[in-house]
Design a protein around this ligand. Structure first.
Ligand code: 5AD
Ligand code: SF4
Length: 489
């Protein structure tokens, strides 16, 4: 889970309006929410800025998943407090808001620890953000809004105003009912909620019309998706993906983050049948020890995860897996740790995130006996990460000489270079390729594998030629280049 700062330009902002600076921490769901908040505020005349000093309104859209993420927010608030004071001396106001999961989890505690904050808004009430900002601006005091309202925030948030680009994110599901022992999400994001399929399909069509070629469906537990279908039936994620695969301009579909227990036959079948569904799946397992999996309340064992990986690979033989691991969950012994290493060796991961267990207040594991010493956690994490690193390097090297389609998303770092993503989400750079390929899928051959990216050349000379069918936005290929490549693989 990487920290990022994303600034979304407001599409219809008026000149000389107030400015909003949004800093986003944590997951893609937060990036998506930040964009929707900026859109909502733009209707009230707020224009997005990436210059903090210019901002009349600063929003920190926060993450609470691990302690470090929450503490980062408090130190940023310390810096903002000084800035707010300096601005006040010049007679200018700066409204500071905390949104996201820290806001939800800590509520009024934020105002106590960081009195410069004017506004605390949980993830379920973003549609009321403009009204809350107005209340603060009217000097009505601070506002804390962290209720879980019955109505869905999606019904109130404006439709995506600013085009997201060639790769776009679309939230289909929020919240989680799984209550893993270590996790704050069920408390910060609330109960599982799925958007109706028709709303998702409409948003996907709009994104495609704005130029998106790839959509990643988002949800804290995305494959728990059970939205109302246009036919009145409950649709699972597999059914939804099938409907989205019918949108002609969408070359690629992905979804994240999944829970092993919610992978059903329909989802496996979607991996088998839909060429648009990319063969790369983030499927966190957290541990390879049955004892730990039970303590974590994951609802499955290590052998079940291995069987699931086999089923998915049988359906889509080129599928690669990514995962999350936690070391040092309360009660974890050296033997449990070895079981995690064994599972990693047995399954093989193209990529993975791993974390030291971090106690989150209010979660069952935080108060559980058998807390693991910090030094032990460090040592286990280092060992696990070395193995995962080796596997990632091996996976990247295994692509050497291979041909596969790349969706080009922009220019590369060097002149004449363009960059995109492999089906397995690896960044790919191609030298001396026409910029007309940006936004298109074309086959490449891998020339070199690096730890975090691949260098490649165009594999089809037609892709480089002026007037190539690969470049034309309305080209109905004799075969979709993506499909063609898959058939060849
Ligand atoms: N401590 C460490 N890692 C955690 N994660 C979630 N909660 C904790 C915690 N308390 C990790 C899990 C999850 C990922 C998003 O963050 O691995 O899959
Ligand atoms: Fe947290 Fe994921 Fe477990 Fe839900 S399934 S409680 S989001 S770790």
């Amino acid at each position: 889970m990487s920290e990022q700062s994303v600034i979304t330009p407001a599409a219809d902002a008026k000149p000389n309006t107030r400015k909003v600076f949004v800093k986003t921490y944590g997951c893609q769901m937060n990036v998506y929410d930040s964009e929707r908040m900026t859109d909502a505020l733009s209707k009230d005349g707020y224009q997005a800025t990436d210059v903090l000093e210019d901002a009349d309104l600063v929003l920190l859209n926060t993450c609470h998943i691990r302690e470090k993420a929450a503490e980062k927010v408090y130190s940023e608030l310390g810096r903002l407090r000084e800035m707010k004071k300096a601005r006040a001396k010049d007679g200018r106001e700066m409204v500071i808001g905390v949104t996201g999961c820290v806001a939800q989890a800590e509520g009024k505690e934020i105002l106590r620890r960081a009195p410069a904050v004017d506004l605390v808004v949980g993830p379920q009430t973003y549609h009321r953000l403009p009204e809350m900002v107005a209340r603060v601006a009217r000097a009505a005091g601070t506002v804390v809004e962290t209720d879980f309202p019955v109505e869905a925030k999606f019904d109130h948030l404006p439709e995506a105003a600013a085009p997201q680009g060639i790769t776009a994110f679309l939230t289909v599901q929020e919240g989680c009912d799984k209550f893993c022992s270590f996790c704050v999400v069920p408390y910060t994001r609330g109960a599982e909620f799925s958007r109706p399929a028709a709303a998702v399909i409409a948003e996907a069509k709009r994104l495609a019309a704005q130029g998106a070629r790839e959509i990643t469906l988002l949800g804290q537990n995305v494959n728990a998706y059970h939205g109302e279908g246009p036919d009145g039936a409950v649709w699972g994620l597999g059914r939804l993906l099938r409907a989205l695969a019918e949108i002609p301009d969408l070359a690629r579909l992905r979804y994240t983050t999944s829970h092993p227990r919610d992978v059903d036959d329909a989802l496996v079948a979607a991996h088998r049948d839909l060429p648009q569904l990319m063969p790369f799946l983030h499927l966190p397992v957290q541990s390879g020890s049955d004892r730990m999996l039970r303590a974590m309340n994951r609802g499955h064992g290590a052998a079940e995860y291995r069987r699931l990986a086999d089923r998915l690979r049988a359906a889509r033989p080129d599928l690669a897996l990514s995962s999350d691991f936690i070391v040092g969950h309360p009660g974890e012994t050296a033997e449990d740790h070895r079981a995690s290493l064994d599972l990693i060796r047995a399954v093989g991961f193209a990529q993975a995130f791993s974390f030291k267990y971090s106690p989150r207040p209010g979660t069952p594991a935080a108060g559980a006996p058998g807390q693991v010493a910090e030094a032990e956690k460090e040592a286990r994490l280092a060992e696990l990460q070395a193995l995962l690193r080796e596997q990632q390097d091996g996976f990247n090297r295994s692509r050497l000489g291979m041909e596969f389609p790349v969706l080009f998303t922009g220019p590369g770092r060097h002149p004449g270079q363009i960059a995109g993503r492999s089906p397995w989400l690896q960044p790919v750079h191609v030298q001396d390729a026409p910029a007309a390929l940006i936004g298109r899928v074309a086959p490449v051959r891998v020339l070199a594998a690096h730890p975090n990216s691949l260098s490649a050349a165009l594999a089809d000379p037609r892709a480089a030629a002026p007037g190539s069918p690969y470049h034309s936005p309305h080209h109905e290929p004799d075969a979709n280049p993506e499909e063609e490549e898959r058939a060849r693989a």
